[in-house]
Design a protein around this ligand. Sequence first.
Ligand SMILES: *Cc1c(COP(=O)(O)O)cnc(C)c1O
Length: 381
Amino acid sequence: MRLQTQTIHTGVDKDSAYNSIMTPIYQTSTFRFEDIGRTKGYDYTRTSNPTRRALEENLAALEGGAGAVAVATGMAAITTTLHLFKSGDHIICTHDCYGGTDRILRTYQELFNLQVSYVNLQDPSALRSAFRPNTRCVWIETPSNPLLNILDIAAIAESAHSHGALAVVDNTFLTPVNQRPFTLGADIIVHSTTKYLNGHSDVVGGAVIARTPAYAERLQYLCNALGQGASPFDCWLVLRGIKTLVPRMRLHEQNAMGVAQFLAGHPRVRKVIYPGLTNHPHHALASRQQTGFGGMVSFELAGGLEDIHRVLRGVKVFALAESLGGVESLIDHPESMTHASMDPSLRAAAGITENIIRLSVGLEDLQDLLDDLKGAMQGAA
Ligand SMILES: *Cc1c(COP(=O)(O)O)cnc(C)c1O
């Protein structure tokens, strides 16, 4: 089956009692035994639950992995994955990773002596010289947030493997619709399903998908041991969201391209960052590695902080909010919002200035989005 068919059908058929088309919400903590030592496949929901199972089978198929675990948040996915490693192991992480990834890595550095190096993975020689004998993992996030830098997954995974390390990819921004990390050599994929996979801004959730059965089994073990599993109701919502993932991702991209082109022609915009534009520094890599450019657009507004504030306050369709990937458009000021807790010198080094505005372009009528931005920018001028 092809991806769009899998989004709708894979794993969802869990009701042999009544043949319901939709997966039931098995809102139960425990399951009655058939006899001593004999269950119908489930005994306790922390360990496993049919609704969660449906989502896990669905996600494993979409990414082309051997198995998946559906967990409570994207951060739970990242935390569970980090438990594949042990005290003294070394992890190389992309220098402009998601803020929560940085926070848990620093915490595990302090608590458990996990060794962490932050490296600009756009630079192959910087990566080569970062490996140590105890390097177990290279943590990749592409496109980056909010500057949308693209990393070469195949090259980085090959480098990781030649040093005996795993390649982990955070595929939240593109989803399997636009990027298939396992086909590029990744070993583990993590997701915040909060974003595009669910797509309706009504759940926080996460998932880890493993390429091999051995890692899939280990992740199931860790998910149960750590108690990270997602609730049946949340799994059901994410399953429902995924059914429209393919058409949503297409429309997100179409609207994002329209917004990027509009911004590129606007006199008050200094720079537009969208990997779909031919002037993006990694456009060629993005075109080769991805099957779509996604729905995130960042731009640099000319002027001072007052002008930025006027735009953030002036929009009416875009909502001033953190998060991304929902059907509704959001506007974010990374410096004061999503990236405020980042070390100021690291933020500056990464190029996240106060003039950067990040848009999660939703599925509204494109003309309404353009009119909204046009009106807010006039206010700023
Ligand atoms: C949001 C996000 C996370 C964390 O997910 P939560 O569901 O908020 O815990 C991790 N990685 C990326 C790239 C994200 O955008």
